[in-house]
Design a protein around this ligand. Sequence first.
Ligand SMILES: C[S@@+](CC[C@H](N)C(=O)[O-])C[C@H]1O[C@@H](n2cnc3c(N)ncnc32)[C@H](O)[C@@H]1O
Length: 351
Amino acid sequence: MKIQSNEHEALKEYYGRTLTGTKDLKTNACCSNPGMAPASVLEILKQIDPEILDRFYGCGSPIPTTVEGCTVLDLGCGTGRDTYILSSLVGENGFVIGVDMTDEQLSVARKHQPSIMKNFSYHGQPNVDFRTGYIENLQSLGIEDESIDVVISNCVINLSPRKEDVFKEIFRVLKPGGELLFSDVFASQRIPGILRDDPVLLGECLSGALYIEDFRRLLNKLGCPDYRLLSASPITIANPELEKQIGGIRFHSLTVRAFKLKNLEDICEDYGQVAVYKGTMREHPHDFQLDDHHRFIRGKPMLVCGNTAAMVQDTRYGCHFTVHGNRDVHYGPFDCDPGLGDSSSAGGGCC
Ligand SMILES: C[S@@+](CC[C@H](N)C(=O)[O-])C[C@H]1O[C@@H](n2cnc3c(N)ncnc32)[C@H](O)[C@@H]1O
């Protein structure tokens, strides 16, 4: 299968040669607010070389918790900032694979591997492997079916000209119950094709952005009818010339989580199930935020829909929850309304 396209080549040029660091970005789309990262992650960042941090082009903080011992895949890892954060979080017994198509990005990532492993006090084989290739074809990079616990990605999928292939690959490589957690730029409407031909608009993560409703349809088509939104923040392009080209399209950086689960339904259904968080995740002793409208307080029973029950029971979170009830008796649709007002800007998948 031939993956490489003119768009891939234009992007390699952009990330490999045009940009030399975050300071070269022409908009604030691919540049997240570091305040979004939790304190534990900020501590890890201190052990990562500044050259990596200076070439960070992410738009959020798709950093999962409770990943000790897990195998994590970082799609479009760039110079490896998030890959190395995960290397620390999974510990020496876990493993992280970073995939990127741009040699210049990966050479920075690889250069600092020995010193970062040392900073993390890892003495055996490195628990990180950077692979050169396309996120549309992970098979060719030796990433087997159902081999990955968590897939992350930070501001990359918008760039792919073949997004369906990317999501197909993600659901192929995830283990049953595995999680996709990613931050990306989403658009309020479908973007005219002509804007995609502009290397700056594309490279700056704008003109390839997915229209949120098409994202929902795509996931649904691939067997995942319910994704969850963790956070949403508007992107202000802050470049009058590019704003003029873009017209009235609005952009948001969203952090989204989705699970590979067989029993998800397209709307939330009420089976009278109750979930109780045990408070046993090291990073979340008091409460656990599944998404923007489910905060589980330790020990407090919470009535949940069938989908939410599956997400906390049939995934790596399962050992941290007690779920009472099953799907034997159905009580009708479940009101999961997050009450955020403008759902088009929040884009939540749950109801
Ligand atoms: C906006 S940067 C984000 C990099 C990194 N995630 C970060 O947060 O710094 C996009 C990265 O995705 C890579 N990329 C874009 N499209 C890709 C594709 N189809 N396959 C593999 N890598 C890709 C680029 O080479 C670039 O390093």
